[in-house]
Every structure is written in C-alpha cells, then in structure tokens.
Design a protein around this ligand. Structure first.
Ligand code: CTP
Length: 409
C-alpha cells in the first residue's frame, strides 16, 4: 500500500518515527511529509533513512513531478501523526500552504489524523470545531490519550501509541473481516454511569463515559447478535459517536441503579449473554427530597444517609434468568494498600460468580473516557484467560472472543 505519513510540528513527532517503522515492517511504501515545523523536531535524514524515500515539505521542491497533486492522488492512505492544532486548523479550512496540506486536498483515500497537543489547545472551541469539521468530511480523527504531556502536566492530548495508530489507520483501509459468531444470539449490554438523585437538582455519579459498553454493543451487533443496550449516563462525545452508528442496537435509557436493574433483568429473560459494563453506584441516598436542599447560614449541612443498591451482577450470576445464560462483569480497579489491580479483580471474580470478569486499571488518565483500554479477562475462579490491549473496540472484540468460546463449550 502507498501511505503518506504527514508529520506536523510537535514534540510527539519522534513517535512518528516508530509509526513509520511499524508501517514499513508491514511491507508498506511510506512517503513522509513533514511540515516545516516538524523538521525542527525531527530532521529530514531520519525520515529519509527510515522510509527510503525522499523528504520534501514545500510545494516548490521537485516541481517537475508536481508532488502537491501527485502524492495525494497516488496514495492509498494518509496518516497524520502527530496532528497539531495548527495542522487541524489548516486542514479544516482547506489551506494548501505546504506539501502536506496540498496532499490532503488531493487525496481521495482514507485520511486518519492523530492529534497531539496540550490539553488546553485540544479542548479549545476552535480545535473542537476543526475536529468536528474534519470528522464530518470523513476524516478519521483519533481521540488523543490522556496522560503525561511534554511538561509535568497531564490530561488529554497525548499521541496514542504508534501501534494503536498503525492498527486504526490500516483498518480504515481494510476493515478486518468480522466473525459472525453471535448470529442468532441475543445479548444485553449495560453501559455508562448511573445517577442517584440527592434532590431534584443533584445526584451521585462516577467517571464512566460508557465508551467501552457502546463498543461492546457495536461489536456484538457486527458479529450478528440482537443487541439491547441499557444505557445509563453516557459522556457527551460518546453520545455523539453513538448517534453516528447505532443501527441495529435497541437502546433503553435509565438513570438510577434500580432502574438499570429492572431494565437489564427485563431484557435478560431473552438473552444468551448479559454484560454488565455499566458503572453502577453501590449506594443511593436513602431519602430523595422533592425540593432542593437549601443551605442554612450557621448550620452544619445535614448528612446524606446512604442505603445499599442491589448487586445486579451477583444476582444475574446467581439466578441465570435464562437457562445456559452467560454473565460477564467488569472490574474497574485502582489498586491500594490491600492489593494491586489484579488481586482485587480476582477476588471480585470469585465473589460475584460471573462467568467472566474483565479487569482494568482506572484512575490517573487510565480507563475512563479514553479511546484505549488494557484489560485482563478472568474466569469465575479468578484465573487469567486472556489479556487484551488496544482501542475499546478491540477490547470489546476480545471480550466477545472469550464469550464465544464459552458459548461454544
Ligand atoms: N455491579 C452491579 N451492581 C452493583 C455494583 C456493581 O451489577 N451494585 C457490577 C458492575 O456493573 C461491574 C461489576 O459489578 O460489572 C463490578 O463493579 P464494581 O463497582 O467494580 O464492584 P463492586 O461490587 O461495587 O465492588 P467495589 O466497589 O467494592 O470494588
């Protein structure tokens, strides 16, 4: 495949060298198009040596070959990594002031961009609007990872790992053949974070975005299943993303844990598999006032009394609402003085009685709201069956692979 690798001017440009190696090792012909700013971070000799191709960034270089038109026209895939805020802005407005942006205008192949920048720049309305414009035009813009940025600061804006970018980019050209191993099956997936009202305007919730659950629902649909998605609160970007591709997914919206329990149980009576990916509140306020709680000057706030919610997963595992039903849970753990993530996860697997428990580390830029995930799938005894890392879609497929093996056994 002929790939154009656009590199714009950010510190993460060095990671593009690793991406280039991965693409070359897979047998692709890669032409690197660095912007002038990118060349201040990583020089042309590096790109030329790794790609085996000449490197130019200006439209006035190599004019007889008209590269600003020919390169884009001849490409099977364009990947821009890192894509800076400036590059996104220039691409969104259709500028053609260097070789990379010119090539972007002439390319008719899939275009994948992996932005990397400081959190403030990524979250700025101008950048958000540019990303939305590019996505609306069919550009696949990968959400940046959260984590340590160039300085001491952390937050969304990190370039995803080169392996992930390579996989997402190559799949944009040739989506992997989907297995239809869930044909004729019905699955229920819960997703998102529950909300437990305190009064008419306040509630207790958690950091779940619902992305992993949504990807589980889509993956099951693509594998042939009838899918019921019981959705608690989903993050705004997950809602937008779901709106773009929810075909074949029956959605039931719920707010509280008790409502989620009712909806999941109702759907589960017809289900071969139930996956509890929702982040469920363990407790709810005992009394929910009909009026807003007011502060009284000079008076200490009234404590909020909590009562325990039903453990939906444990109930489902115990009762099996349909004969032969398989039940899958998630365990989002941080690890603490009493044990690490896996120790807690394995103990939870034994406690809950689900057939499979998907354990992942969360907190400090991990898990919540990120496009990637890193999980260990264990059985009811807490024994590791498989580990999976990658996009949440890839992790979803790994979960269905494990479920498929169970259904077949
Ligand atoms: N879960 C559930 N009902 C609850 C709490 C959790 O069904 N009341 C499910 C979640 O959907 C998830 C799994 O149980 O699939 C593990 O959730 P988690 O919050 O990690 O487990 P808890 O039992 O709440 O354990 P702890 O909070 O003590 O870690």
């Amino acid at each position: 495949m002929r790939i154009l690798l656009g590199v714009s001017g950010g510190v993460a440009a060095y990671k593009a060298a690793l991406l280039l190696r991965i693409l070359r090792e897979q047998g692709h012909q890669v032409r690197v198009l660095p912007t002038a700013a990118a060349l201040r971070f990583v020089g042309a000799p590096t790109w030329e040596a790794l790609s085996g191709e000449p490197v130019t960034s200006e439209v006035f270089d190599d004019v007889p070959h008209v590269p600003h038109v020919a390169l884009g026209q001849g490409a099977d895939l364009v990947v821009v990594a890192p894509a800076t805020a400036d590059l996104l802005a220039r691409a969104a407005t259709g500028r053609a002031d260097d070789l990379l942006t010119s090539a972007l205008l002439t390319a008719r192949c899939p275009v994948v961009m992996a932005p990397a920048m400081h959190t403030e720049m990524w979250e700025h309305p101008a950048t958000r609007a540019n990303v939305a414009t590019l996505r609306a035009r069919g550009v696949l813009v990968i959400d940046p990872d959260s984590g340590r940025l160039t300085g001491a600061d952390t937050g969304p804006g990190r370039l995803p790992e080169p392996e992930v970018i390579a996989r997402v980019a190559l799949e944009a050209v040739a989506p992997p053949a989907r297995r239809r191993d869930l044909e004729g099956r019905t699955v229920v997936v819960s997703a998102g974070g529950t909300r437990e009202p305190i009064d008419p305007v306040r509630f207790i919730t958690n950091r779940s975005s619902g992305r992993q659950g949504v990807e589980l629902a889509r993956a099951a649909r693509d594998r042939g299943a009838r899918v019921v998605l019981v959705a608690a609160d989903l993050a705004g970007d997950v809602e937008t993303d779901l709106a773009a591709d929810a075909t074949g997914i029956e959605r039931v919206d719920v707010e509280t844990t008790v409502a989620l329990r009712d909806a999941v149980r109702a759907a589960a009576t017809a289900a071969d598999v139930v996956v509890m990916a929702a982040a469920v509140s363990d407790f709810r306020p005992a009394h929910v006032g009909g009026a807003k709680i007011k502060k009284v000057p000079g008076q200490a706030p009234a404590p909020i009394e909590l009562v325990e919610n039903p453990d939906i997963l444990a109930e489902l595992a115990r009762e099996r609402l349909r004969p032969g039903q398989r039940v899958v849970g998630f365990a989002a753990e941080t690890g603490d003085a009493a044990g690490d993530v896996l120790t807690h996860g394995r103990a939870k697997a034994r406690r809950k009685g689900a057939d499979l428990l998907v354990i992942n580390a969360v907190g400090a830029g991990l898990g919540f709201g990120t496009p990637v995930n890193d999980v260990t799938i264990v059985d009811a005894d807490g024994e590791t069956l498989v580990t999976a890392a990658g996009t949440k879609r890839e992790v979803a497929d790994a979960v269905w692979d494990a479920v498929g093996a169970l259904l077949a056994s």
